[in-house]
Design a protein around this ligand. Structure first.
Ligand code: 5GP
Ligand code: ZN
Length: 114
């Protein structure tokens, strides 16, 4: 998608602080971190949100969670624990319309969220 920030990060138009990449997934440090470790994990294929996954694209989530499994080990937050969040829609607080998952770690996180 030509006007999508995350597609621009994928094609190199916008730089990012990359922590992981494979043929289907890119993960980078969030520009506005809310935890000591805050990583955004995105599929390279543009899908707007969880709501736009269908039988042809839902396998993206397998690729995402395979990557998350590697990233939390790379960043050494697997033992202490972490949170994975997919903000979706207005009430979910989604600001970028390209499916993405936040990995939050490096401190104890509150529940319920605000
Ligand atoms: P959302 O609010 O949609 O759940 O998450 C979007 C996230 O992307 C936000 O946490 C925001 O800080 C991050 N973000 C937005 N634009 C950029 C950018 O250009 N670079 C990076 N690294 N993160 C971004
Ligand atoms: Zn996109």
């Amino acid at each position: 998608m030509s006007n999508c920030i995350f597609c621009k990060i994928i094609n190199g138009e916008i730089p990012c602080n990359k922590v992981y990449e494979d043929d289907k997934i890119l993960a980078f440090k969030d520009i506005n971190p809310v935890a000591p470790i805050h990583i955004v994990v995105i599929p390279k294929q543009h899908v707007q949100s969880i709501l736009d996954l269908d039988e042809n694209t839902v396998s993206i989530t397998i690729d995402v969670f395979n990557a998350i499994n590697k990233i939390v080990r790379l960043l050494d937050i697997d033992k202490d624990g972490f949170r994975v969040v997919a903000n979706t829609g207005i009430n979910g607080g989604q600001t970028v319309s390209h499916l993405h998952y936040h990995i939050l770690g490096g401190r104890s996180l509150q529940w319920p969220p605000g």
